[in-house]
Write a protein that binds this ligand. Structure first.
Ligand SMILES: Nc1ncnc2c1ncn2[C@@H]1O[C@H](COP(=O)(O)OP(=O)(O)OP(=O)(O)O)[C@@H](O)[C@H]1O
Ligand SMILES: [Mg+2]
Length: 284
């Protein structure tokens, strides 16, 4: 057992999903009227239904613009859907984060595709990671500082990074700070939006191994958005394929690779096969 990630959420035997998305649709804003009539903004998600079991990793793949980040942002409560609903642990999830309880906000964390937009440039790295510790836990200052250092080590950053500002570290390092900050909340559901894409292969492998360890120890569920099918195959239990806002296929990883059913999934795998590489050996 790892002291850093105690098993506060052992994998329950409950059959119900941790997250159930039902008939979710989304569109952005309203169009200004042109020639007297305002056309409805197009839907970027259409009737998407998905579920995620406790302890499961579901990879969400699909071409750029297919709606992956939009789906994650709706689950995180950062933007509303236009139809459908989301259940978390069996209960209806309020649409927006500010309508959710502190405990719900702790349990659902997101790591954004673009860490530059999510880290406050005036806050040092240590302050950023400390914030969820202050919000969600009753810890002494010394305990918080110890956990910040543990979390930095967990994402393979040296502890003196706690004193740096986001502008003083690289993009891949900022992504790892954002991950450490999300993990500080000890979530039950982590929404990961392309979090390893900017990392080199060895750091990528260690971040995935870290998530694998936390999953095994705490029963964390992951919605793992990636465009890298090799990563999805190696890391996920199931893969969901989005195409132009619609879910075209969801299947266990090996089933999807062995017999993709939807033509878009077939095309995606055909494009991927020539570049298939063996997954990097995970090491911490
Ligand atoms: N703030 C916004 N305002 C208007 N349209 C948006 C906004 N954000 C995204 N969109 C549109 O919604 C659609 C889905 O975008 P989304 O960011 O969810 O795609 P994605 O699958 O995450 O793509 P990528 O792989 O490039 O990150 C796209 O057509 C995009 O142009
Ligand atoms: Mg995206």
């Amino acid at each position: 057992m790892n002291a850093l990630f105690p098993a506060t959420h052992a994998v329950p035997s409950e059959p119900r999903p941790l997250l159930a998305i039902e008939g979710l649709s989304a569109r952005y804003g309203h169009r200004r009227p042109l020639f007297g009539r305002a056309p409805a903004a197009p839907e970027v998600l259409r009737q998407v239904s998905l579920s995620l079991r406790p302890g499961e990793t579901l990879a969400l793949v699909g071409e750029s613009g297919s709606g992956k980040s939009t789906l994650a942002r709706i689950v995180a409560g950062l933007q509303p859907s236009s139809a459908g609903h989301v259940l978390f642990s069996g209960g209806a999830l309020p649409a927006l984060a500010q309508q959710r309880s502190v405990e719900l906000r702790r349990q659902i964390q997101i790591v954004f595709q673009n860490p530059d937009a999510s880290l406050n440039h005036r806050h040092r790295v240590g302050q950023a990671i400390q914030r969820p510790l202050e919000l969600f836990f009753d810890l002494s200052r010394a305990e918080r500082e110890r956990r910040v250092i543990e979390l930095l080590h967990a994402v393979r950053l040296p502890e003196d990074y706690a004193w740096r500002y986001p502008a003083q570290i690289s993009g891949g390092e900022r992504q790892r700070v954002a991950l450490a900050r999300a993990l500080a909340a000890r979530p039950r559901l982590l929404l990961c939006d392309e979090i390893v894409s900017a990392l080199d292969v060895s750091v990528q492998a260690s971040v995935l191994a870290l998530l694998g360890t936390i999953k095994a120890e705490t029963g964390l569920s992951l919605l793992f958005i990636t465009h890298d099918l090799a990563v999805a195959r190696w890391f996920a239990d199931r893969i969901a394929v989005l195409y132009r806002g619609e879910l075209c296929e969801v299947a266990p990883v090996e089933e999807l690779f062995a017999s993709p059913r939807h033509p878009y999934t077939q095309a995606l795998l055909a494009a991927h096969r020539p570049s298939t590489r063996p997954p990097a050996a995970p090491s911490l």
